[in-house]
Unconditional design. Structure first.
Ligand SMILES: *Cc1c(COP(=O)(O)O)cnc(C)c1O
Length: 361
């Protein structure tokens, strides 16, 4: 098989190693005489798998105590609703930092549940900048502050995480979890749909501080309470067992690479290759996001006109570079360069960009 360079935004590239290990275990798992897909979620091997995957995630992040990991279904989008359902009490306000379309979706979903307000927004600048959070005055009636650490569609990423003091900060980290070191303790909770940096689709990892977990609304349906997942070690009902298994393989791969520190270095190098190709093109390529806010996970740019952008995306496939069209809502081009995308992929894309500019500039 000739593997292409995969720049899809999610579901996204997985390391070949992880796929092959998954394939081996697909038919028979752990000497049990059956596949993991056929195994009761109440069986010991599955309980052990879930437990070990939780521990591994906490180890890689370096959160030693005070937090729990939950595995849930419904994607990151389900979290947009579950966060206010669990934590937005009457008389309180959920305050949202808007930095791109996913954060806006989270905010809109909260409005269907209770009182939600915009704390800061980059929408007026068309998401080309992140809003300034340095002078935040967060009212005492705030249930939580919600932010999106990396804006997958627009291509921006927060470097400074605000300090919200006693008010719980909740982060959607779907598109940059495990891609860089962070002061994770600034967050009372963060979550990530798996299909960008953690494995295939089907499971969402939620990391939540024990005190916030306790404060959750106990009057909503049991299946929607974070506390139900915590109490039952993510086995309240049948979890997406196979997706959790693939996440475990992915986490083990991360550990073998040297953990977050090593991946962060690679991610810096990868992003630098692409931004350099944009910035040295004499205006042939134009970055969509202003420099200090640029993402190291999703690199976005535009060209002179749509015609040329289409041609760029179409021709790129002949070089085995796949998935470069921008999101349908913003257009342009986007290279998603999550942890599993190797440096060579970005080098190949940067070369193609220079070559294409020479031919069409
Ligand atoms: C992809 C993505 C989502 C949506 O995830 P689903 O699992 O499809 O619901 C939400 N937030 C961010 C930041 C994303 O990148």
């Amino acid at each position: 098989m000739n593997r292409v360079y995969n720049f899809y935004p999610g579901p996204a590239a997985l390391p070949l190693e992880v796929l092959e290990l998954g394939q081996q275990a697909f038919v028979e798992y752990g000497g049990q005489g059956m596949s993991l897909l056929e195994m009761s979620h109440r069986s010991e091997p599955v309980e052990k798998l879930v437990e070990e995957t939780e521990q591994l995630l906490l180890e890689i992040i370096g959160l030693r105590s005070g937090y729990e990991v939950l595995f849930m279904g419904g994607g990151a989008s389900a979290q947009f609703a579950l966060v206010p359902m669990n934590f937005l009490a009457p008389g309180q306000v959920g305050r949202y930092v808007l930095s791109g379309s996913f954060s806006e979706k989270a905010y809109q979903e909260a409005r269907t549940v209770g009182q939600a307000e915009i704390l800061a927004s980059g929408k007026a600048e068309n998401w080309a900048k992140l809003p300034d959070l340095s002078q935040l005055a967060i009212g005492h009636d705030t249930a939580y502050v919600h932010m999106t650490t990396n804006n997958t569609i627009e291509g921006s990423q927060w470097t400074d995480i605000p300090d919200t003091g006693d008010i719980p900060l909740i982060g959607d980290m779907t598109s940059d979890i495990l891609s860089r070191s962070l002061d994770w303790t600034k967050f009372a909770m963060f979550y990530a749909g798996a299909q960008k940096n953690l494995g295939p689709a089907g499971v969402t990892a939620v990391v939540v501080r024990s005190d916030l977990l306790k404060a959750g609304n106990g009057k909503i349906p049991t299946i929607f309470q974070y506390a139900s997942y915590a109490k039952n070690k993510s086995l309240y009902n049948t979890p997406p067992v196979h997706s959790i298994f693939m996440m475990k393989l992915m986490l083990e791969w991360v550990a073998r690479q040297g953990g977050i520190a090593e991946l962060e270095k690679r991610n810096e190098e990868k992003a630098a290759l692409l931004y350099e190709a944009i910035d040295t093109s004499g205006g042939f390529y134009r970055g969509i996001v202003e420099e200090p806010f640029r993402s190291r996970m999703n690199v976005t740019w535009r060209m002179k006109d749509e015609e040329l952008e289409k041609k760029f995306a179409l021709e790129s496939t002949q070089y085995g570079l796949i998935g470069l069209a921008g999101h349908r809502s913003v257009g342009g081009l986007r290279a998603s360069i999550y942890n599993a995308v190797p440096v060579e992929a970005c080098r190949a894309l940067a070369n193609y960009m220079r070559d294409f500019a020479k031919r069409h500039g």
